[in-house]
Design a protein around this ligand. Structure first.
Ligand code: DC
Length: 231
């Protein structure tokens, strides 16, 4: 290196959006670990606030009740890709947020603007304080949360490929029922008024249907390295 000066690599912000079952979480975690970046699963935050609403008997069919309670729970995300954590008011909810009940209610809760404003604020604070940079995965990261991200990726896959992957993760799951539930949740997430699931105009779209996880990880790592080299 010239003059022996230490070269500081600027923090890099990577937004990875797309529907469920496209390999978003596995890819985002692996890319962050490989590049020494922090990692944030924004779906886990929406699941955590949904878990709190359900646990506190908030009527989730009533958006005004959800809005009134949106500021109450304290949601904290740990951003180490080797061991991401999520707590609500100090309680570890990593397990409870993955139940069928939370999964079936999260779209309704995350469609409420007051919930999105609250969670978006947490996301921006974490992204802004990650020392080396961060990989943030979600639905609206490139479009709304971090529109100035250095790199935006939009992962897609056929509904069949996504259902096969998701049902492989859940013991005893029925592929057809999983496909129907996925398509329904995507339709709700894509059609809501406030920051729907959408590809940013400047995002790179990667169809993962016929790629192995390893291939998707390598593809994204290469894209990040190219961005860094060009910066
Ligand atoms: O990624 P996931 O399946 O755990 O996300 C759960 C839900 O959270 C998803 O159905 C929609 C919502 N979500 C969102 O609205 N915005 C995000 N950035 C991430 C997730």
């Amino acid at each position: 290196m010239e003059n022996g000066a230490a070269r500081t690599v600027p923090a890099v912000i990577v937004a990875i959006d797309g529907p469920s079952g496209t390999g978003k979480s596995s890819t985002s975690k692996a890319v962050a670990a490989k590049l020494g970046l922090s990692y944030l699963d924004t779906g886990a935050q929406y699941r955590a606030i949904t878990w709190w609403m359900v646990s506190n008997d908030i009527d989730i069919t009533d958006p005004s009740a959800i809005a009134a309670a949106a500021g109450k729970p304290e949601i904290v995300s740990g951003t180490d890709p080797a061991e991401p954590t999520i707590t609500v008011d100090g309680t570890d909810v990593a397990g409870p947020i993955r139940t069928q009940e939370v999964t079936s209610k999260v779209s309704a809760v995350s469609a409420v603007p007051e919930v999105r404003a609250r969670i978006t604020e947490l996301q921006r604070a974490l992204a802004g304080s990650a020392p080396a940079g961060i990989v943030v995965e979600g639905r609206d990261i490139g479009t709304t949360v971090l529109p100035d991200a250095d790199l935006k990726i939009f992962l897609t896959a056929s509904p069949e490929a996504r259902a096969a992957r998701r049902s492989g993760e859940i013991k005893g799951a029925d592929v057809e029922a999983t496909r129907e539930a996925l398509v329904k949740r995507d339709a709700a997430d894509s059609s809501r008024k406030t920051s729907p699931l959408a590809k940013a105009d400047d995002a790179v779209e990667v169809d993962t249907s016929d790629l192995t996880l390893q291939q998707v990880i390598e593809c994204v790592v290469t894209l990040v390295e190219e961005k860094r080299a060009a910066a």
